[in-house]
Design a binder for this molecule. Structure first.
Ligand SMILES: [Zn+2]
Length: 283
């Protein structure tokens, strides 16, 4: 399977290094790191970032998050824009596997209405019955109104690298698994993909800053720590997941590359595309 690393969204919150730990100016640089997998049965997207309809109608997103995250909506940085850049069309995308249904992960669903969408059952339930101030703003039902082919899963106790795992996603190769990582949302999950004898683990929003999982000591800038606290539904579970992810990422014998959705440096390293520069060029 050939894997492409995509940037399907740019967010530049005021606060700079307080959020991303690296920017020298007043704004930070966050990406929406998605995967496009070429399989024998068509293309598989892992997460969709923002969608073309978010670019056309920014009010599909909540004003709170548009402002707080300083979202830079641009068709080039959507899943469809990235799929087309690689020479494919929307119809080539047969499956979408979602870490969760937050506004910055589910926006592209409406660009691929014929794709089969795989998500944890608890996540779809939470999104469709959103509660509370944050819940009603993070989940935007318009983003998935055109999705008809849902496939939902419950954690079934099988394990992968010591993590509970959901295998045999319907219609997908056995090399693509869900790794439930609840905490950020109720049905949040990572997605593991095996390629060339090594695993990639897309950890979604289980962490936001590379230093939370990689390196000798856990670090996270204060702005990013506060944002995660605001967004998580179960902080203890989120932090416990980070401990497990950290052990996995720092075990060379596991041969797993762990990355998250929004760290621009990780995308830059893994993607081989100038994600960071393209975001910064906008300023
Ligand atoms: Zn996110």
């Amino acid at each position: 399977m050939r894997i492409h690393h995509l940037n399907c969204g740019c967010m530049c919150p005021i606060g700079g290094a307080l959020f991303d730990g690296r920017s020298s100016g007043p704004t930070a640089c966050l990406v929406c790191h998605c995967l496009l997998i070429e399989t024998d049965d068509g293309l598989v997207l892992v997460d969709t970032g923002f969608g073309v309809d978010d670019v056309r109608r920014p009010d599909r997103l909540s004003g709170l998050f548009r402002t707080m995250n300083n979202i830079k909506l641009d068709r080039r940085y959507t899943a469809l824009g990235e799929v087309e850049r690689l020479g494919f069309s929307a119809a080539d995308v047969r499956h979408i596997v979602l870490t969760h249904l937050d506004f910055d992960h589910a926006g592209g669903l409406s660009d691929f209405p014929h794709a089969r969408v795989h998500v944890m059952a608890d996540e779809l339930q939470s999104a469709e019955h959103a509660q509370g101030f944050v819940g009603k703003r993070r989940y935007r039902p318009d983003q998935w109104a055109s999705t008809t082919e849902w496939r939902t899963y419950r954690a079934d106790g099988e394990t992968w690298m010591g993590f509970p795992a959901v295998r045999d996603l319907q219609g997908l190769p056995a090399d693509i698994l869900f790794i439930p990582l609840a905490g950020h949302t109720a049905g949040h999950a990572g997605v593991a993909v095996r390629t060339d004898g090594r695993w990639l683990l897309h950890a979604g929003d289980a962490y936001f800053f590379h230093g939370e999982v990689h390196g000798s000591e856990r670090t996270c800038p204060p702005g990013m720590r506060a944002y995660q606290d605001m967004m998580n539904v179960d902080k203890d579970a989120r932090l416990a997941n980070q401990v497990r992810l950290r052990a996995l990422a720092n075990d060379p014998s596991a041969e797993v590359t762990v990355f998250c959705s929004h760290d621009a440096g990780e995308l830059h390293i893994l993607g081989g595309q100038p994600a960071e520069e393209s975001v910064l060029a906008r300023h």
